[in-house]
Write a new protein. Sequence first.
Length: 135
Amino acid sequence: MLRYLPFLLVLALWIYAFIDCLNTPEEEVKGLPKVVWVIIILLFGEVLVGPVAWLVVGKVRRAPGGGATPGERRRDPRGTWTAPDDNPAFLASLKQGNSKDEALLKDWEEDLRRREEEIKRREQGGAADDTPPKS
């Protein structure tokens, strides 16, 4: 079984490189046209030259988060990802939401104060009525 392992690894690398090349958009292919890369992978797949060449130099590689690798500029500025705490639009929406919540809280506090004063007036008025008249 172990004697087949190198063959299976070569086959797996060849298939991965071939499918990766086919699925890569044309604008991300470096050096040669995509069709030429497919031919190189197919012709030199048995000796690993084609798949390894594709994986090393044939494609623009991105950092795991979708950003550009060091020393490389991203072509599509709309595709860049920004953390929420660095995104000005997100921070502005938080401030707007906070101002709405603060206004609502002020309204609730005013309503609560008004109701408490009403209750106090009723208690004071009721307590004055309940006291017996002095003779």
